[in-house]
Design a protein around this ligand. Structure first.
Ligand SMILES: *Cc1c(COP(=O)(O)O)cnc(C)c1O
Length: 384
C-alpha cells in the first residue's frame, strides 16, 4: 500500500539531529518554552518575514489567541469560509464572536473577495481567509477591501508554511498569521504545536502574555489568559526541521508537477499556481465518481483521503451557521467531488507513477475507453 502520508520516512532522514535535539532538551531539565522555543520563534519569524512569531501549543490555540489579541469579541462578526478545517470557525466562536461564512472561488478554493466585500456589515470586525491546501488566498484584493472598511486581517496559514507571493510570505500579509505544527502539516512537530506571526509589537506582547496565563511578569496576571505554551521539546524539534522546509516544499512541488503532467484530463487537477504561492499541503483532484475512484485506488494499493468531505456549515455542530445544503454551492460541489492523493517530499517516483496509472486506469475505464495510460518512470530524483 502506498501510504497517504508516512512520517517515518521524514524521521529516518533526520533521525540523528532530531534525537540529539531531544536528548539535549531532556538533559537540560527545562521543558516548557525556554531557549529552544525562543530560537525557533526567531527563525520562524525570519522565514515568514515578520518581526515576531509566538509559539503556542496548537494551530487552534494560535487562531484563538490571534482573535483575542485583535480585540475580537461578543457582538463582532468575522468573515471566513466554509471550505476549511472546523478549527477556523470554532476559534471565532471561542471568543464569543459570530462567524459569517462566504463561499470560495471555484478555481482557487480560497475566499472569493467579491463575496467577502458583499458580506461586510457595520458589525464586521475582522476577515479570516484560509490558505486552503497550501495555496495563498487573494491577499492583495482581500487586504485592499479590508483596509477600505477598517477590518483586521488574520490569516489561517495552518496549511501554507513558506508559501510566498511577491515579497511576502504566508503569515506576513495580514496583521496576524496563524500556523499549525500538527505532525502532518508541511512543518510538523512530534506532537502538537502552533505559532502566531505578527510585525506589531503590541499584538506580540499581548499574545505572549495570553499564552501564559496573562502574565506580563512572574505572578502579575494583567490579562485573563490561558495555558497555551509550547513544550521545549517541540521547539527543539521544529528548530531542526525548519531548516529543511524549503527543500521539502520543492519536493512537494515536484510531486505536484508529476501529477499535473501525468494525470488524465478526465480528472480536474488543482488550478495552476502562479508561482511560489502554493506549497501543496494537499494535492486534491476532483471527479464526479469520486467514491468509486477512491475505492478503485484502495484496490490498487493507493491510500487517499478527503479534505474535507463536508464544508463546515454541513457539519452537525456548526449547522446553525447557514441554511443547510445549498447555502454555499461552490464549497458543497467541491466537497462532493474532491479526493486527496498522497503528496510528501519522500514519495518515490515509482509510487507517483503507480498513483497516476491507478487514477487514469479508473477514469479511462469509466469513460468507456480501452486504451490505458502508460507511464514510464519519472525522470528526476526528488531532492530532499
Ligand atoms: C490543522 C488546521 C488547523 C488547526 O491546527 P491544530 O494544530 O490541529 O490545532 C486550523 N486551520 C486549518 C486550515 C488547519 O488545516
Amino acid at each position: 500500500m502506498i501510504p497517504f502520508l508516512d512520517l517515518r520516512r521524514q524521521y529516518a532522514a533526520l533521525a540523528e539531529p532530531l534525537e540529539a535535539a531531544v536528548l539535549e532538551t531532556l538533559r537540560g531539565g527545562s521543558y516548557v518554552l525556554g531557549e529552544a522555543v525562543e530560537s525557533f520563534e526567531a527563525d520562524f519569524a525570519a522565514r515568514c518575514g515578520t518581526r515576531h512569531a509566538i509559539a503556542v501549543n496548537s494551530g487552534s490555540s494560535a487562531l484563538h489567541l490571534a482573535l483575542l489579541a485583535a480585540g475580537v469579541g461578543p457582538g463582532d462578526e468575522v468573515l471566513t469560509v466554509p471550505t476549511t478545517f472546523v478549527a477556523t470557525v470554532a476559534a471565532v466562536l471561542y471568543v464569543g464572536a459570530v462567524p459569517v461564512l462566504v463561499d470560495v472561488d471555484p478555481e482557487t478554493l480560497t475566499m472569493d473577495p467579491a463575496r467577502f466585500e458583499a458580506a461586510i456589515t457595520p458589525r464586521t470586525k475582522a476577515v479570516l481567509p484560509v490558505h486552503f491546501h497550501g495555496r495563498l488566498a487573494d491577499m492583495a484584493e482581500i487586504g485592499r477591501i479590508a483596509e477600505a472598511h477598517g477590518l483586521i486581517v488574520i490569516e489561517d496559514a495552518a496549511q501554507a508554511h513558506g508559501a510566498t507571493r511577491g515579497a511576502l510570505s504566508a503569515g506576513g500579509f495580514g496583521a496576524l498569521g496563524c500556523f499549525s505544527f500538527y505532525p502532518g502539516k508541511n512543518l510538523g512537530a512530534a506532537g502538537e504545536g502552533g505559532a502566531i506571526t505578527t510585525s506589531d509589537p503590541a499584538l506580540a506582547d499581548r499574545i505572549r502574555a495570553l499564552r501564559d496565563w496573562g502574565q506580563v511578569e512572574r505572578s502579575v496576571h494583567l490579562l485573563r489568559g490561558y495555558n497555551f505554551r509550547m513544550d521545549t521539546i517541540q521547539g527543539a524539534i521544529l528548530g531542526v526541521k525548519l531548516r529543511h522546509l524549503a527543500a521539502w516544499t520543492e519536493g512537494r512541488r515536484w510531486v505536484a508537477r508529476q501529477y499535473d503532467a501525468g494525470l488524465s484530463e478526465r480528472v480536474t487537477c488543482p488550478a495552476q499556481a502562479s508561482g511560489d504561492d502554493h506549497v501543496y499541503h494537499v494535492y486534491a483532484i476532483t471527479h464526479p465518481a469520486r467514491d468509486g475512484l477512491r475505492a478503485a485506488l484502495a484496490d490498487a494499493g493507493v491510500a487517499t483521503n478527503i479534505h474535507y468531505p463536508r464544508p463546515v456549515h454541513l457539519q452537525p455542530a456548526y449547522a446553525d451557521l447557514a441554511d443547510g445544503p445549498g447555502s454555499f454551492p461552490v464549497a458543497e460541489a467541491y466537497a462532493a467531488r474532491t479526493l486527496s492523493l498522497p503528496i510528501y517530499p519522500e514519495l518515490r517516483p515509482e509510487e507517483i507513477a503507480q498513483v497516476i496509472s491507478a487514477v487514469n486506469g479508473f477514469v479511462d475505464a469509466q469513460a468507456g475507453q480501452t486504451g490505458r495510460f502508460d507511464r514510464t518512470a519519472c525522470p528526476e530524483e526528488i531532492a530532499i
